[in-house]
Design a protein around this ligand. Structure first.
Ligand code: SIN
Length: 490
């Protein structure tokens, strides 16, 4: 990597600057810059893949499919286990690279590496348990047998907010099921994806099984990955608006799709809750990754009788959060991904204040730089204000008061989204009632952090379809084949 910043990374081979296709690194082309959102400096120049490169990646994945799908599950598991071990062995370097390109604090970035690696470990094991079925037949001369087989070549587009884990949880399930994989990571954060490819190669994952296409032609490469006839399945994490377009592109070749899209998570605090625990849960759920997470708390709904106590404690806790460059020790909130993202958040805050919200904390760009935003708390918010009705994707907490349990449930469900919801309560009857009535794919009960490899991650309504992680996560990468064995004598 001569002429480029070494970023203080110990293993310099992890710093790759080109697409990884069929076990090789692309060697020529024009370049685009990857910058550090904390200060706008250029980190590295990356070779810009085009449509032809994306097509080569699909061809490589297609050619590798026969061998990989025929490799016994326990052999695939060994290679994936190697990959997991290498990711954990390089957790410090991978975390550092991730913070440089994405901004989140180093401890959080290292946490993401462990989180991403955990999907590889989980699915390496789970791939050995792809059981079929035998089903009692309606006639004595027949037998009904069900096989589960890999869907084929999987393509994916992944976001900048989790540059490692969003790839890991898709690729791990795909590879464990026997599929081959092509990913286009976000152009803001390609380095983590390329470092994963370097480690996949060292782990012994065969050429063509895991391919990374890094290019800024989002439309052109996106078309290849959603419309190429050799791709059987497409998976995406990102906004609902983009997801809808990609689903319609996939319709041209009737691909299997799974989508992890936007959210508008309510965080409900009932009058019987442990208020201190609720404050802590809300702070973690809201402000991790500077609020740039699909499952981040988006609206805090607090029962009227505890509103003042909760608001005071929550605002004090938010005011203590340290904002700064994620590479620095003690930082809780790093930069947002771009100046444009800061502007979007600022618009939501200002429009909501104009509509009657009260600014209790923050409310402006942070002095650390143009991509930083102050931890912000708005009170006297109503569910229809811009800051509550839209996905904020920034470090802003709108607090909304409610009187009765039914009001909270109605407000929580009054959105097109249905990804994650949270609530704090102690009454067991209430816990069941509320959990069952929240129209969401995931519900945190007295818990602000719900994501892990063993649990099914995914949403309902316009938050998407399919599940990632858990024993259910393999289903999206498998086809069910029914065999009818006839002509048998009894
Ligand atoms: C996301 O923001 O899409 C993923 C968040 C998580 O895995 O916790």
């Amino acid at each position: 990597m001569s002429g480029q910043n070494n970023l203080g990374v110990n293993d310099q081979q992890l710093l790759r600057n080109s697409s990884y296709i069929n076990g090789s690194w692309q060697s020529a082309g024009t370049y685009f810059s990857v910058t550090n959102p904390a200060n706008g400096t250029q980190l590295i120049q990356v070779i810009n893949a085009d449509i032809e490169t994306a097509e080569l990646a699909v061809e490589a994945a297609k050619n590798a499919l026969a061998l990989w799908s025929a490799t016994p599950a326990n052999e695939r598991a060994k290679l994936m286990r190697n990959w997991f071990d290498l990711m954990m062995a390089h957790q410090d370097d991978l975390g550092r690279i991730l913070t440089f390109e994405q901004g989140k604090p180093l401890a959080e970035a290292k946490g993401e590496i462990a989180y991403g690696a955990a999907f590889i470990e989980w699915f390496a094991e789970e791939g050995k348990r792809v059981y079929g079925d035998t089903i009692p037949a309606p006639a004595n001369d027949k037998r009904i047998i069900v096989l589960k087989q890999p869907v084929g070549v999987v393509a994916s587009i992944t976001p900048w907010n989790f540059p490692n884990a969003m790839i890991a949880r898709k690729a791990a399930a795909a590879l464990a099921a026997g599929c081959t994989f092509v990913v286009r990571p976000a152009t803001q954060t390609p380095l983590s994806a390329l470092a994963m490819a370097e480690l996949a190669e060292r782990a012994g994952i065969p050429a063509g099984v895991f391919n990374v296409v890094v290019g800024d032609d989002a439309k052109g490469i996106g078309k290849v990955l959603t419309q190429h006839p050799d791709i059987a399945k497409f998976t995406f994490t990102g906004s609902t608006a983009t997801g809808k377009k990609l689903i319609s592109q996939c319709a041209t070749t009737v691909k299997k799709v799974s989508m992890e899209l936007g959210g508008n998570a309510p965080f409900i605090v009932f009058d019987d809750a442990d208020i201190d625990a609720a404050v802590q849960g809300a702070i973690t759920s809201k402000y991790r990754n500077a609020g740039q997470t699909c499952v981040c708390t988006n609206r805090i709904l607090v029962q009227q009788s505890i509103l003042d106590t909760f608001t005071k404690k929550f605002t004090e806790a938010a005011a203590k959060l340290t904002v700064g460059d994620g590479q620095l020790a003690g930082v809780d909130i790093g930069p947002m991904i771009s100046k444009a993202a800061v502007n979007d958040v600022q618009q939501l805050v200002q429009k909501s204040i104009a509509a009657g919200a009260n600014l209790a904390l923050g409310g402006a760009q942070h002095q650390a730089g143009e991509c930083f935003y102050q931890p912000t708390v708005l009170t006297q918010v109503t569910n229809d204000m811009p800051v509550a009705a839209n996905e904020i994707f920034g470090p802003v907490s709108p607090i909304i008061a409610f009187k009765q349990e039914a009001d909270a449930i109605a407000m929580a469900n009054d959105t097109e989204y249905g990804l994650a919801a949270y609530f704090y309560a102690r009454d067991i009857g209430r816990i069941w009632r509320v959990a069952e009535q929240l129209n969401y794919g995931m519900v945190g009960i007295n818990e602000g952090i719900i994501s892990n490899a063993a649990a099914p991650f995914g949403g309902v309504k316009q938050s998407g379809n399919g599940r990632e992680g858990s024993k259910y996560g393999l289903d999206d990468y498998l086809e069910i084949k029914y065999l009818c064995l006839g002509g048998l004598d009894r």
